[in-house]
Ligand binder design. Structure first.
Ligand code: ADP
Length: 467
């Protein structure tokens, strides 16, 4: 059976109210009996003592008291079986006696009115007289009152009246509480469910493909946090979806451009029915190289995503690493009029890194630095230690990157200037691959730039040393 959250909330209020009502009723029922008995007993006791005093005040003797008392308290039929069980042996002195009838004794403890099995004039044994109360008149002891122990009191009528009244009050209280619970439950359910309804609506829209959803945060409690998390999730999914679409479009474009060039030359050769000359074959070969590089870059990124890209970190020489890079780029730098220098500021030359992956990382950074440097520029490769970190830097004095591009520079297919047609082969994957490779070795990469024409500083930090 499907019960809505609203109904469940209202039902739970109902259940709580009913439970509280029943609990109050039971507590009153179970605890009131004894108190009521003692109250009634005290009341009866005061009444009888007043009667005894009023008799004595007028008569000044006990002559005729029994008759006076019998008139005041006519015996109910079947009232006290004990009074009829005459001749019964008195209990031993040590026995605990249950007294379920008031007794009145004169100053010498002689019975003044029939009391249990004792007739007027008899003196009951002490065991019956443990709780007797003196009755005094004008400072003189005139009689004793033997109180009931209360256990024999029948509260039927008093209890009935009391419970009838209590039940009525409880019933009114529970009915009012149920009414209030229904109204409050309704209001609270509406207030609580409003953000949940908004979230349900928004997530249903997301399930249909409309990822850009935002719900209003109406409170600062757990529901508010849920709304915040939902909005964040929606924003991230939207961003991821936009990037995925952009990436598909970029891949299609970057594969399409070289394929167009290649198919153009092949069609030309077919039309002319003549073989392609070596220069055209070289262009085709370059374009094929671009396709291969794109596929290889995509494979690296996909392996990094699947976490199947392996790194083997062993102690490598950082001077050796820089020397390999210098050798690879020296000629190109000289040709471009750029100085490539290295700086190793370390006590120990070795670090736990994957040499081939680091060559790939530094090659990406140095080739970018070279591409964006002008004649006369400088590129510096530096390694140093900053507390527990090994810090590798690639600095250049080239074109720089404007602040608005910096947050996206490591994103896949992100290029600062849309120079796709001119810069075939540079598809904006180099820095995202670099970042993946650095992270795979436990490092982080960041970039700083003073802006256009101010050069760039790429910095990689690896936690290596004991701080
Ligand atoms: P690509 O492989 O197309 O060069 P990258 O991911 O390596 O792509 O770089 C992304 C963008 O970052 C480039 O389009 C370029 O605009 C910018 N960039 C990277 N390195 C530098 C640098 N050293 N100086 C200036 N801009 C740079």
């Amino acid at each position: 059976m499907k019960i809505s959250l609203r109904a469940k909330l209202i039902l739970s209020y109902f259940a709580l109210t009913s439970f509280t009502g029943i609990l109050i009723f039971l507590l009153i029922y179970l605890t009131s009996d004894q108190r009521l008995k003692s109250l009634v007993n005290q009341e009866q006791q005061a009444e009888i003592i007043a009667e005894v005093l009023s008799w004595y005040q007028i008569e000044r003797s006990w002559q005729g008291f029994e008759e006076y008392y019998a008139n005041l308290h006519p015996k109910k039929p079947n009232a006290s079986k004990l009074t009829e069980r005459k001749g019964k042996k008195p209990p031993p002195k040590s026995a605990k006696v249950r007294i379920n009838q008031h007794g009145i004794l004169d100053a010498d403890k002689r019975v003044l009115k029939q009391f249990l099995t004792f007739s007027p004039g008899e003196v009951p044994p002490d065991v019956y007289l443990t709780k007797i109360i003196p009755i005094e008149f004008e400072g003189k002891l005139i009689a004793w009152f033997v109180p009931k122990d209360g256990k024999g009191i029948s509260l039927k009528s008093e209890k009935k009246i009391f419970f009838e009244h209590t039940n009525q009050v409880l019933l009114i209280a529970v009915a009012t509480a149920l009414f209030v619970a229904a109204i409050l439950g309704g209001i609270l359910a509406k207030y609580l469910l409003r953000p949940i309804e908004a979230l349900t609506k928004a997530s249903q829209a997301m399930a249909k493909g409309d990822l850009q959803q935002s719900v209003v945060k109406t409170s600062h409690d757990e529901l508010g946090e849920l709304a915040d998390s939902f909005n964040k999730m929606s924003a991230e999914l939207t961003l991821a979806d936009t990037k995925r679409r952009q990436m598909t479009a970029d891949i299609a474009h970057d594969l399409g451009t070289p394929l167009q060039v290649i198919s153009g030359y092949i069609e030309m050769a077919q039309d002319l029915n003549s073989p392609l000359d070596p220069s055209k074959l070289a262009i085709i070969s370059t374009e094929i190289g671009h396709i291969k590089r794109l596929l290889s870059d995509l494979t690296i990124l996909s392996d990094a995503d699947k976490q199947t890209l392996s790194v083997i970190c062993v102690d490598i020489s950082l001077t050796g690493l820089f020397t390999r890079i210098e050798r690879a780029y020296q000629a190109q730098c000289e040709k471009a009029g750029v100085t490539l220098s290295t700086c190793v500021e370390l006590e120990k030359d070795t670090a736990l890194l994957d040499e081939e992956r680091m060559i790939q990382v530094l090659s990406n950074l140095v080739s970018n630095a070279l591409r964006y440097s002008k004649d006369g520029g400088e590129i510096l490769l530096k390694v140093s230690q900053e507390s527990a970190y090994l810090v590798l830097e690639v600095r250049d004095q080239g074109a720089g990157i404007q602040a608005e591009h910096l947050p996206f520079i490591f994103d896949r297919f992100y290029r600062v200037s849309d120079s796709r047609s001119n810069e075939s082969g540079h598809m904006g994957l180099g820095l995202s691959i670099t970042k993946a490779l650095v992270e795979l070795q436990g490092g982080v990469i960041s970039v700083e730039s003073g802006g256009k024409g101010q050069g760039c500083r790429f910095q990689m930090r690896f936690l290596m040393f004991d701080s």
